[in-house]
Design a protein around this ligand. Structure first.
Ligand SMILES: O=P(O)(O)OC[C@H]1O[C@H](OP(=O)(O)OP(=O)(O)O)[C@H](O)[C@@H]1O
Ligand code: HPA
Ligand SMILES: [Mg+2]
Length: 182
């Protein structure tokens, strides 16, 4: 049973829904009269992206990019691999990069630099979770859902070794699952 691997729930389905609505309201206000392009960083952000997008009321487009740097561990390898690039051109567009979590910052510092070089009209970062204690690369955040402690979290799109993405809440994984203490 998946539930047995969860130490405690950090954010319930209801809390996530409320916070996602608040972020969407900020974006709706900031992008009034514009047509942003939301870029989902796969795979982790797919659930957040789907929920956020349905609460966006300004006209928008979406695209997906897939990157990976964690493999089967709980610490960043530091090697960011692009496994799928965007389908569309972003030059001159107002883009919003949608991420599930900002942790070491390795993924986003690499990705944002790469996207900036493609000359979007503007670029903002929207991350559901921010784990500042683990940061090794500085990244500027425009929209942040929750600041979290230095714990490995799963659910609502976030995985450990590709599992638990289907949990409707965000929970702290028991350290014994990944061979840590406890
Ligand atoms: O700030 P960082 O330390 O780089 O960590 C954050 C990134 O790591 C995870 O992706 P992962 O590489 O595990 O791929 P996934 O999205 O497919 O799970 C997560 O979804 C973020 O993209
Ligand atoms: O805490 C985390 N959980 C899942 N994936 C992650 N990628 C970076 N940090 C995390
Ligand atoms: Mg992952």
């Amino acid at each position: 049973m998946l539930e047995q691997d969860i130490e405690r729930v950090l954010f319930s389905e209801e809390e996530l829904d409320k916070r996602v609505s608040e972020i969407a309201a900020e974006i709706n206000r900031d992008y009034a009269g514009k047509e942003p392009m939301l870029i989902s960083v796969l795979r982790g952000s797919f659930v957040f992206m789907a929920d956020l997008t349905r609460k966006i009321e300004v006209p928008c487009t979406i695209d997906f990019m897939s990157v990976s740097s964690y493999g089967k561990g709980t610490t960043s390898s530091g090697q960011v691999q692009i496994t799928k690039d965007l389908s569309d051109d972003i030059e001159g567009k107002d883009i919003i990069v949608v991420e599930d979590i900002l942790d070491s910052g390795n993924t986003l510092s690499y990705l944002l630099e790469l996207l900036r070089a493609r000359k979007p009209a503007s670029m903002k970062l929207c991350t559901l979770l921010d784990k500042p204690d683990r940061r090794v690369k500085e990244v500027h955040v425009d929209y942040s859902g929750f600041t979290i402690p230095d714990e490995f979290v799963v659910g609502y799109g976030l995985d450990y070794a590709e599992k638990y993405r289907n949990l409707p809440y965000i929970g702290i994984l028991k350290p014994r699952v990944y061979g840590g203490e406890g």
